[in-house]
Ligand binder design. Structure first.
Ligand code: EPZ
Length: 419
């Protein structure tokens, strides 16, 4: 397995191009099941999860063509296989996003339950209950979701008891082909949802309320071809903002959008990081000390849970203490023991962690456990004295395009050691 070696202590300087968003690309690819297309996505990131989703759609019978130079993915043809098998779904939970489109367009689907992952049990009950409200018959047999809607889905008023990005996406996609009008109340408001709705509208869907927690969808008989640019990855942008801050550098995040970062901007500024919107992206610098700053993760526009581990790494070398509370997932502190091995002072109990800043971290061999935990260890390594080896780098490759090349290009002493 590949590892990444970092020798810390260098301030980053230069421009980092931000790639297309992983968490937009995956649902956008699933919309290809709603039409014979062709659907072309531009600004597509070169990520392991995109490769997995390409394979999943291909086994459903779609023609999937990726051009990594032009950064496009084109999908065409209709699904001939309505089953998403366990061996693919267990590799990537976002595979469950094929459920809504398949039931909406073909009246049935057999999708493996995704199962949990390192950060939590991550059930899909909200997806299933909402589809049942739209007329689907759902059964769970041998770890598979068997969904049937022989007469097609019917529009319904769906009120989510809690915000769910994936459930909002599944139901939004399904509602575009349902008979009648659907209302999605307490919908997630992440920029990736708005991007998904914009693409669906390009394909002929009728959606109102973009960017709000109430989406109204008027079902149409069919969706057509479209070309859609994927929004820049706000979590990648936030991650590299933390990289600039933790090394005391100055970086231009090419293509990043301030409005997509929500509360992350305010929290970074409170912590002493300068974030400025400039032509071509965001300029991030840290000229003075870092201040311990409390944060609670929340659905957008609150502080993103996907930024929690990265911000914790930053707080490890801040002056003072920071209370970090994770409200979205039940087990998203697995980076804590690894950061502690580098000299961080962190105590956590339940959903909250207290980080007491230290003057310096020390490089060490560390183990990654999930995507964002992995990158928090890379950030710590960039600031640490000495050498850090991050193991299990495949986690990183799921969500960060050529991370070591992007960081090396702005001065980091970082290289990938082939496994
Ligand atoms: C999406 O996951 C993202 N993944 C996650 O990013 C992100 O952390 C999460 O949204 C929250 O922002 C993609 O977009 C591919 P949820 P998702 O449904 O849709 C509970 C990353 O690092 N829940 O909003 O699975 C769930 O257990 C990944 O890029 C139910 O109880 O997240 C969690 O506690 C990690 N029942 C909370 O809701 C359900 O039916 C939020 O989950 C669905 C969710």
């Amino acid at each position: 397995m590949d590892r990444i070696r970092i020798r810390g202590g260098r301030a980053l300087s230069g421009t980092i191009p931000i790639s297309g968003a992983k968490n937009a690309a995956l649902p956008l690819m699933a919309t290809a099941l709603l039409t014979d297309g062709p659907l072309t996505l531009t600004n597509a990131p070169d990520l392991a999860d995109v490769t997995t989703m390409s394979g999943l759609l291909a086994q459903h019978g779609l023609e999937v063509t990726r051009d990594k130079v032009a950064r496009t993915i084109t999908m065409s043809g209709g699904a001939t296989n309505l089953e998403a098998p366990y061996d693919l779904v267990r590799k990537m939970r976002a595979s469950v996003l094929v459920l809504g489109p398949l039931v909406a367009r073909f009246g049935q689907a057999r999708v493996s339950l995704p199962g949990g992952c390192a950060i939590g049990t991550r059930p899909v009950d909200l997806h299933l209950k909402a589809l049942e409200q739209m007329g689907a018959q759902i059964e769970i047999t041998s770890g598979y979701i068997e969904a049937k809607a022989p007469g097609g889905l019917k529009g319904a008023r769906i009120i989510f008891p809690q915000v769910s990005v994936g459930a909002t996406e599944n139901i939004l996609m399904a509602a575009t082909l349902a008979q009648g009008t659907s209302e999605i109340v307490n919908a997630a408001r992440e920029p990736e949802i708005t991007d998904l709705a914009a693409c669906l509208m390009r394909m002929g869907a009728r959606i109102e309320g973009l960017g709000t927690d109430r989406l109204v969808v008027e079902g149409v008989p069919a969706l057509g071809a479209a070309v859609h640019p994927i929004i820049p990855d706000r979590i990648e942008a936030g991650t590299f903002a933390c990289a600039a801050a933790i090394t005391g550098g100055q970086v231009l995040l090419g293509g990043a959008r301030l409005d997509h970062l929500g509360a992350v901007v305010r929290i970074l500024r409170d912590a002493g990081v300068d974030v400025a919107e400039v032509d071509g992206g965001l300029k991030v610098s840290r000229l003075n000390g870092l201040r311990g700053t409390d944060v609670v993760t929340e659905p957008f526009p609150g502080f993103a849970t996907d930024m929690q581990a990265q911000f914790m790494a930053l707080m490890c070398v801040a002056e003072g203490a920071a209370m970090i509370t994770e409200t979205i997932f039940e087990n998203r502190f697995m980076h804590v023991p690894e950061l502690a091995r580098m000299g961080a002072r962190i105590n956590f109990h339940g959903a909250s962690a207290i980080v007491r800043g230290v003057p310096k971290l020390a490089g060490a061999p560390v183990m990654a456990t999930d995507l964002r935990a992995s990158v928090s260890l890379v950030l710590a390594g960039l600031a640490a004295e000495g050498e850090t080896i991050v193991n299990r780098v495949y986690h990183l490759d799921r969500g960060y395009e050529h991370v070591e090349a992007k960081l090396a290009a702005v001065g980091a002493d970082i290289e990938r050691l082939p496994g």
